[in-house]
Ligand binder design. Structure first.
Ligand SMILES: Nc1ncnc2c1ncn2[C@@H]1O[C@H](COP(=O)(O)OP(=O)(O)OP(=O)(O)O)[C@@H](O)[C@H]1O
Ligand SMILES: [Mg+2]
Length: 330
C-alpha cells in the first residue's frame, strides 16, 4: 500500500562528468567541458511506491540511480532517504546508512562473487552491518530464500552462482538486497537480461517484495511495458532531464510530452486490430556534451516550432500531479 510519507526526496540532482582535455587547451576555455548526464532532477518516492524511470540509452537513468545512493558522487543536489541527508554523510555514517538502501543491477553474474556460495553472499550484508549472530544470520538467509522461491532453501545455501539459472541468480541478488530490511531499492534494468517468461516471474517477485516490506522503489528501465507493470508513477527522462512525470494510468491515458508519445509508440499493442498514433523518432539522440539550445528534444520532435530553441525544459504542472516540460501540448 502506498503510504503518504516520502522515503526518498531528491531535489535538483546534477551529475556532470568532466571531460579530459589537453592541459594547455583548458586555459582558453571559460567552462570545462563536461557530459551533463543528470541536469537538475527532482522527484520523490513514497513508502510502498515504485517510481519508474524510463528513457532511451544514454538519457542518464543509471547515473541517477547511482548518484542518489552515492555510488558515484553527485555534482550537486539534495538527497534525503529515510529522513537522512545523504549528501552530508561522511564515510562511516554513509556506510551505516547503506543498510537502508540497496541497488540491484542488470547482470547478476557480475553482482555475485563466483567463489562464494550464494548463502554466504546473501549473509554478507548482515556481517557488514553487524546484524544477528551466526546462527540467526543463517536462519534469516534461509527464510529469505524461501520467500524468493529458492526452494529447498537448505539445498540452495551451499550452491555457487554458476550452478544457478539466470532467473535464480537474480532471485539471489534480490534476497541480498533486502536482507538488511532496507527502506529503498534501486533496480537498474534488473530484468533486462532475463528471458521473457522468467522476466515476468522476477517482476512479480519484485512487486511481492515491495508490498511486503513497504519499500520505496526506483525502477530504472528502457522498457515502458515493464514500468507499466510494476510502477505506480512514471518519470520519462531525456538527455539528463525529466520531461514528464505522472501516475502510471494518467501517463498512459494522456501522454503529454512528444517524447513520451514516441516511446509509447514502441510498445507492442496486444490487440492488433486497435490503431494507435505512432510517431517514429527522427534522428539520433544528440551528444550530451553538445546539447541543443532551449528544449533538448526539439531536434527530434515532430511538433517542434521556432520558439522551442528559446524555451527551457522546466517541468510545468499541466494537470494535478501530471508534469510535462512541453508547453505546447495540453
Ligand atoms: N563515468 C563516466 N564518464 C563520462 N561520461 C559518463 C560516465 N558514465 C556515464 N556517462 C555518460 O552519461 C550519459 C548517461 O549515461 P547513463 O549510463 O546514465 O545512461 P542510461 O540512461 O543508463 O543508458 P542505458 O539505457 O544505456 O543504460 C551518457 O552520455 C554516458 O556516456
Ligand atoms: Mg543504464
Amino acid at each position: 500500500m502506498v503510504n503518504d510519507s516520502n522515503v526518498v526526496v531528491v531535489k535538483n540532482l546534477k551529475k556532470y562528468f568532466l571531460l579530459k582535455i589537453p592541459w594547455l587547451e583548458s586555459f582558453s576555455l571559460k567552462e570545462k567541458p563536461s557530459v551533463k548526464a543528470v541536469d537538475g532532477l527532482s522527484f520523490s518516492i513514497k513508502k510502498g511506491e515504485a517510481l519508474g524511470l524510463v528513457g532511451e540509452s544514454g538519457s542518464g537513468k543509471t547515473t541517477v540511480g547511482r548518484s542518489i545512493i552515492r555510488l558515484i558522487e553527485p555534482t550537486n543536489g539534495e538527497i534525503v532517504i529515510n529522513d537522512e541527508d545523504i549528501m552530508s554523510l561522511k564515510k562511516e555514517k554513509l556506510r551505516k546508512a547503506r543498510r537502508n538502501f540497496q541497488i540491484i543491477f542488470q547482470d547478476p553474474i557480475a553482482s555475485l562473487n563466483p567463489y562464494m556460495s550464494i548463502g554466504k553472499s546473501v549473509m554478507h550484508p548482515l556481517e557488514i552491518h553487524d546484524i544477528g549472530n551466526r546462527k540467526q544470520r543463517k536462519e534469516m538467509v534461509l527464510e529469505l530464500f524461501e520467500k524468493v522461491n529458492l526452494i529447498p532453501a537448505e539445498g540452495f545455501f551451499n550452491r555457487y552462482p554458476k550452478q544457478l539459472s539466470g532467473g535464480q541468480r537474480q532471485r539471489v541478488v534480490i534476497a541480498r538486497a533486502i536482507i538488511t530490511n532496507p527502506k529503498f531499492i534501486v533496480s537498474d534494468e534488473a530484468t533486462a537480461m532475463l528471458d521473457v517468461s522468467v522476466r515476468s516471474q522476477v517482476l512479480k517477485l519484485m512487486i511481492k517484495i515491495k508490498e511486503e516490506y513497504n519499500l520505496a522503489f526506483l525502477f530504472i528501465t528502457h522498457d515502458l511495458a515493464s514500468a507499466k507493470y510494476i510502477c505506480e508513477k512514471i518519470a520519462v527522462m531525456y538527455l539528463g532531464k525529466i520531461v514528464e512525470i505522472a501516475d502510471k494510468t494518467e501517463l498512459f491515458d494522456h501522454p503529454l510530452h512528444p517524447y513520451t508519445r514516441i516511446l509509447m509508440g514502441a510498445i507492442p499493442i496486444p490487440d492488433p486490430t486497435l490503431k494507435r498514433e505512432k510517431i517514429i523518432p527522427a534522428g539520433e539522440i544528440p551528444s550530451p556534451t553538445n546539447m541543443p539550445s532551449g528544449c533538448r528534444f526539439r531536434t527530434r520532435c515532430p511538433y517542434a516550432k521556432k520558439e522551442c530553441g528559446d524555451i527551457d525544459m522546466s517541468l510545468m504542472e499541466i494537470e494535478k500531479g501530471h508534469l510535462s516540460a512541453c508547453p505546447f501540448i495540453r
